[in-house]
Write a protein that binds this ligand. Structure first.
Ligand code: PEP
Ligand code: MN
Length: 268
C-alpha cells in the first residue's frame, strides 16, 4: 500500500530526552480540582511530557457523561500554567478545533470513532487548514480494523498542512469477547510501521486493555516493538472516575510501572 504522508519526527516538536513520549491524564476532565490535582501528581513524577484529558467525550450509548465541554479548556490551561505540562485533548468537530486552539491546547487527537468517518476527519482537517494551524495532531486507529481508513485519516490531516502527525494504536473492536477491551491486532500496527517507517506510533494500552491489570504487559510489548510513545489514562482516584474507571491508574502506579518497563535504546 502506498501513502502520501509527509511527516516530521517527534523530536521536531517535543524533547523527550531520548525516551519514549509519555502522554498521561484522565480519560475525562471531570472537575477543575480533579484535573489540576491529577496534573500536579503526574508532573511531580518527572516522567510525563503531555497532560491528556477528554473534554468532549464520544460515548458509545446516550445517557452517560458526555464530557464537561468547553469550560474544561480553561482547566487544562490552568493545569498547564501550574505544572508546565503541555496539554492534549480530543477534537471531533470544526468547533472543537477552533475552541481548543483558541484556548492554547498544545496537541490535538482524533478519536477512534472519528477516524472511522472520513466526513468527520475532513471537517477537522478543513478547520485546521482554515486556521493555518501548525499544531501536532495524533490520529487514533479507527474502531474497525481497517488500515487504509487509518492511513486515509492521517493523509487528510497531513494534506491540511499538518506535518507534526503521529498514529495512536488503541486496538480494534471485535464482537468476540477476549481479555482485551479492544483487540491489539499488532500486525496492523506492524504493517503501518512497514508502510510508513517515518510515522511515529504511540501506543494506548489503556483502551486496548480496558482494565489496569493488563496495562504493563501491553506497554512492554509496545516498547519491544519500538513504538515511540505511550498515552495512558491516569486519574487521581480511578475508583470514582466518571468514565473508563477500570482502566485508569493513579499517577503513582503509572510512575511505578514506567520504572519497571524495559525500553531499548534507540538505534544510533
Ligand atoms: C479516549 O482517549 O478517552 C477515547 C475516547 O479513546 P478512543 O477514541 O480510543 O475510544
Ligand atoms: Mn477513555
Amino acid at each position: 500500500m502506498k501513502h502520501s504522508l509527509e511527516v516530521l519526527p517527534l523530536s521536531s516538536w517535543i524533547d523527550t530526552n531520548g525516551k519514549p513520549l509519555i502522554i498521561a491524564g484522565p480519560c475525562s476532565a471531570e472537575t477543575e480540582e480533579q484535573l489540576v490535582s491529577t496534573a500536579h501528581l503526574l508532573a511531580n513524577t518527572g516522567k510525563v511530557n503531555i497532560l491528556r484529558a477528554g473534554i468532549w467525550k464520544p460515548r458509545t450509548r446516550p445517557g452517560e457523561f458526555e464530557g464537561i465541554g468547553s469550560i474544561g479548556l480553561q482547566w487544562l490551561k490552568r493545569a498547564k500554567e501550574e505544572t508546565g505540562l503541555l496539554t492534549a485533548t480530543e477534537v471531533a468537530t470544526a468547533k472543537h478545533v477552533e475552541e481548543a486552539l483558541e484556548a492554547g491546547v498544545d496537541v490535538l487527537w482524533v478519536g477512534a470513532r472519528s477516524t472511522a468517518n472520513p466526513f468527520t476527519v475532513q471537517e477537522i482537517a478543513d478547520a485546521l487548514k482554515a486556521l493555518g494551524a501548525d499544531v501536532p495532531v495524533l490520529v487514533k486507529n479507527p474502531v474497525n480494523p481497517d488500515l487504509s481508513l487509518w492511513i486515509g485519516a492521517l493523509e487528510r490531516i497531513n494534506r491540511a498542512g499538518i506535518k507534526k502527525i503521529a498514529a495512536i494504536h488503541r486496538g480494534f473492536s471485535s464482537f468476540e469477547k477476549t481479555a482485551f477491551r479492544n483487540e491489539p491486532m499488532w500486525d496492523i500496527a506492524i504493517q503501518l510501521k512497514t508502510i510508513a517507517p517515518e510515522l511515529p506510533i504511540i501506543n494506548d494500552p489503556s483502551h486496548i486493555c480496558g482494565n489496569r491489570e493488563l496495562i504493563p504487559y501491553i506497554t512492554q510489548k509496545a516498547m519491544d516493538m519500538d513504538m515511540q510513545g505511550l498515552i495512558i489514562e491516569s486519574h487521581i482516584d480511578p475508583s470514582v472516575a466518571w468514565t473508563d474507571a477500570k482502566q485508569q491508574v493513579t499517577p503513582a502506579a503509572l510512575a511505578d510501572m514506567l520504572d519497571n518497563i524495559a525500553v531499548r535504546k534507540p538505534a544510533s
